[in-house]
Design a binder for this molecule. Structure first.
Ligand SMILES: Nc1ncnc2c1ncn2[C@@H]1O[C@H](COP(=O)(O)OP(=O)(O)O)[C@@H](O)[C@H]1O
Ligand SMILES: [Mg+2]
Length: 346
């Protein structure tokens, strides 16, 4: 007897819906007016949300691009909150088989916001299924098995797919073209990060001097997640080593203990630059070789470390590989490129 292949999908693997990092839940803005910075994205999205809401239609599919920690997941959740609809979350690596995606899509209700993180990692068969779901709001449903199997298309309610990626270049163009709204995140400036830090300090009920907030903002890699993490660590230092108030003095000492420098660079950032300079004569060196030389994965190197190093003007991506800039030599206190080259003699 033929069985419905997707019947098992009425049991949805628990790991398909991602759990929130508990530490981040409390600090995550819930509505657009709490979301700092990214002014253009916010203004546009507000218009599209208002328009969809007043027409009682599902919002067009939304594609969010940017390095980790800049607020992609947050904005997806905010979109659902602002629309007043259900929110479902998964990530591409959690979707192993088409039935995993089918399982989620069958739980989608009218206008649901369905968020797929790391969408550049979708498997081709799942991507195919997603095309039809996005475009026609239909699902290919396989009935039966073996030679008797056949596909029927079942309708699903109009929903909004929000796809997020750190690597837009790895998303296929047929997929990108199915998103009606595409938004690219940039790093946050000092004022925006300061106000994120002050808002979070309020929620965590920790006292914080304004100058200390600005100081921390400068060392947060332009990234709200890093800013919040730094705040939590400084709260610990202030509590244990001082009287609980985060002052510039506490931040100076805390940053030193965490080995974070004045540009917000962490140990690995400096190791990346040092490796380029000392092992590869300042570059160019291929990303893979570089990742191996510092013992990190190429994904972490490309997604987390490089964007900020490039933003700081310390690293250049060229067709032939990565290069350290003059500013990198200066920042590390190594003079001139010739010096770096001399170290190459081994
Ligand atoms: N614009 C923002 N305003 C305030 N806090 C933010 C903002 N963007 C991100 N955050 C904070 O940073 C954390 C990381 O954001 P997240 O949305 O998870 O980033 P991404 O999904 O891009 O990796 C969130 O928990 C949230 O507290
Ligand atoms: Mg995210």
């Amino acid at each position: 007897m033929g069985t419905d292949n997707y019947m098992e999908s009425s049991f949805i693997r628990p790991d398909i819906f991602l759990q929130e990092d508990e530490k981040e839940t409390g600090l995550r803005p819930r509505f657009l007016d709490e979301f700092q910075g990214q002014r253009l994205i916010k203004e546009n999205l507000w218009v599209f949300i208002e328009a969809a809401r007043s027409r009682r239609e599902s919002l067009d599919h939304l594609f969010l691009i940017g390095p980790p920690g800049l607020g992609k997941t947050t904005l997806a959740q905010i979109t659902a909150n602002e629309l007043g609809v259900d929110f479902k979350v998964t990530s591409a690596p959690a979707l192993d088989k088409p039935k995993d995606l089918a399982g989620i899509l069958t739980t989608v209700t009218e206008r649901t916001v369905f968020f797929i993180d790391e969408i550049h990692r979708l498997k081709p068969a799942i991507e195919e299924m997603l095309y039809i779901a996005m475009e026609d709001y239909e699902l290919d449903w396989i009935i039966g098995q073996g030679p008797g199997a056949r596909t029927v298309r079942i309708p699903i309610p109009p929903f909004t797919l929000v796809g997020a990626t750190t690597k837009a270049g790895m998303v296929s163009s047929p997929l990108i073209s199915r998103f009606g709204i595409v938004q690219r995140f940039g790093f946050y400036d000092r004022d925006e990060l300061s106000s994120i830090i002050r808002r979070s300090a309020g929620i965590l009920a920790v006292r914080l001097e304004d100058e200390a907030a600005a100081f921390m903002a400068d060392c947060s890699r332009g990234t709200p997640r890093v800013a919040n993490r730094l705040l939590r660590r400084m709260r610990d230092f202030a509590q244990v080593l001082s009287d609980g108030v985060i002052t510039c003095d506490v931040v100076t000492k805390g940053l030193d203990k965490l080995q974070i420098d004045t540009l917000g660079l962490e140990r690995y950032d400096r190791e990346i630059l040092l490796s380029i300079i000392q092992n590869f004569g300042g570059g160019p060196v291929g990303a893979e070789t570089l990742a191996i030389s510092i013992g990190e994965s190429i994904d972490t190197l490309e997604d987390y470390y490089e964007p900020y190093l490039i933003q700081c003007g310390l690293l250049q991506r060229t067709p032939r590989g990565r290069m350290a800039t003059e500013k990198a030599y200066r920042h590390l206190g190594i003079d001139g490129k010739s010096n770096g080259n001399e170290r190459l003699l081994f």
